[in-house]
Design a protein around this ligand. Structure first.
Ligand code: T4K
Length: 409
């Protein structure tokens, strides 16, 4: 672990990690099980189009979540788009801006206007009080995002949706394996959408799924993800190709068998980060409700520059120089990305919490590829950087100017 400021890579020291530490390194289950499954798949010569692995994957997820239907797809984004279309949303849909851009794009892609709503500074999820203020006669739905796997304020959102006759859905891309008041995420609203992208808690290389209890919605989604075919030569709906492949389902099934281990590794790292960074002024690691089921997939730090003396971006720069590929999710907020920035140039005025958090949050590496020793090393760098903010700043400036090894003044 680094203890002397001169050892920092921004000041010319050797990077702490030769092999970079990533935010989003895939969690991998048992390799032999995966290869055996792939072997069986090849023997069967059935590669996609509703194969047996996809069926099994869908059934396992529906059982685990406690819903009647799981429709697996090729990505979380396509699953969102299809769920939105199958639910008949139109006009305006209220979403947080503080999310991955896919939440907004899934709407805009089909010419539905995402109306960006501010979030709660503590939960980081859509603020129900603000939702009420964003409703117009064109609003048809609210899509909450269970950011970092922490559930939205589901009860309040459900009440608002019921009172205002709006559809409520959830982007649960981060929340597979998490619960809200003892019930698994996936069973709330009209439908919820998971992502099984490589960087997610559970991955199927790429993949996603819609989960719902509604038979009619599930039937429409099944048609839409398969071009609208209801049988050979019979197309009864407009559709697309959203199918999950068999190899993706084989990966998903294999990883599903290891989720206890993934959770344990994530939880161990999360607790190590919290322990090691506790008491450091201006740094707080967001907490998870340990009375609920959590996947602990993200270690999220809220960095208050007025207390650390170093900005979030300077900290990211110092860490990245060490091979710690910390990330500033979800910067700068969807409303500052195209096409939304051009459509709604003043959206930020209504999003003060989003604007502030987008400047403060950084994510630290975790997952099965990260050890507690790695965590201690990362925390040591954070402490050194905070204790030597001016030196770090000059080191970063020198690196940006193409110099290195500037002596600490
Ligand atoms: N809604 C929300 C709230 C979401 O967060 C997402 C996706 C979606 C909807 C849409 O679901 P999908 O359509 O993606 O299923 C990632 C993912 O591409 C994206 O799935 C995810 N959210 C988003 C938050 O992050 P990046 O930009 O972080 O990926 P990238 O390539 O920078 O990789 C992250 C780190 O992981 C890097 O340091 C490299 C490492 N890595 C990555 C991959 C893919 C590996 O070590 N191995 C790998 O295979 O986007």
């Amino acid at each position: 672990m680094k203890t002397d400021v001169q050892e920092l890579a921004v000041l010319g020291g050797r990077p702490a990690f030769h092999e970079p530490l990533h935010v989003g390194r895939p969690n991998l289950g048992d390799r032999d099980r995966l290869l055996a499954r792939i072997g069986e798949m090849l023997d069967r010569n059935w590669l996609t189009n509703n194969g047996p692995y996809v069926h099994e994957f869908e059934k396992r997820i529906a059982d685990m979540v406690g819903v009647r239907h799981c429709i697996a797809m090729c990505s979380g984004t396509i699953a969102l788009e299809i769920a939105i279309r199958a639910a008949g949303l139109s006009g305006e849909v209220i979403v947080p801006s503080y999310t991955f851009v896919a939440t907004a794009h899934a709407l805009q892609w089909q010419e539905i206007t995402p109306v960006f709503c501010d979030i709660d500074p503590i939960t980081h999820t859509i603020d129900p009080r603000r939702v009420e203020q964003m409703i117009t006669p064109r609003t048809t739905a609210v899509i909450g995002v269970h950011l970092w796997g922490r559930p939205c304020e589901i009860e309040q959102l459900t009440q608002i949706a019921d009172e205002r006759n709006l559809t409520l859905m959830f982007d649960a891309a981060h929340a597979f394996g998490c619960s809200y008041r003892g019930r698994m995420i996936g069973g709330f609203g009209l439908a919820e959408v998971f992502s099984f992208h490589a960087t997610k808690f559970l991955n199927s290389f790429e993949g996603g799924a819609v989960v719902t209890d509604r038979d009619d919605l599930a039937a429409r989604i099944r048609l839409m993800k398969n071009f609208g075919f209801s049988g050979y030569d019979n197309v009864i709906y407009v559709g697309t190709n959203g199918k999950m492949t068999e190899v993706a389902a084989a990966m998903g099934l294999t990883n599903l068998e290891s989720i206890e281990g993934f959770t344990e590794a994530n939880r161990r790292n999360y607790q190590a980060y919290r322990r090691s960074l506790s008491g450091l002024s201006g740094i707080s690691v967001i907490d998870y409700d340990e009375t609920e089921r959590c996947n602990y997939q993200y270690v999220v730090v809220d960095l208050d520059e007025t207390r650390t003396g170093i900005s979030r971006d300077e900290m990211v720069g110092a860490l990245q120089a060490e091979g710690v590929l910390a990330r500033r999710y979800f910067y700068p907020g969807c409303h500052r990305m195209e096409p939304y920035r051009s459509f709604f140039p003043h959206a930020g005025l209504l999003l003060p919490v989003t604007e502030s958090l987008a400047r403060r949050v950084l994510l630290l590496p975790t997952g099965t590829a990260v050890t507690v020793e790695d965590v201690e090393t990362v925390c040591g760098i954070i402490r050194l950087a905070i204790g030597n903010a001016d030196a770090v700043r000059s080191g970063l400036a020198a690196r940006a100017a193409g110099m290195s090894g500037v002596p600490v003044g």
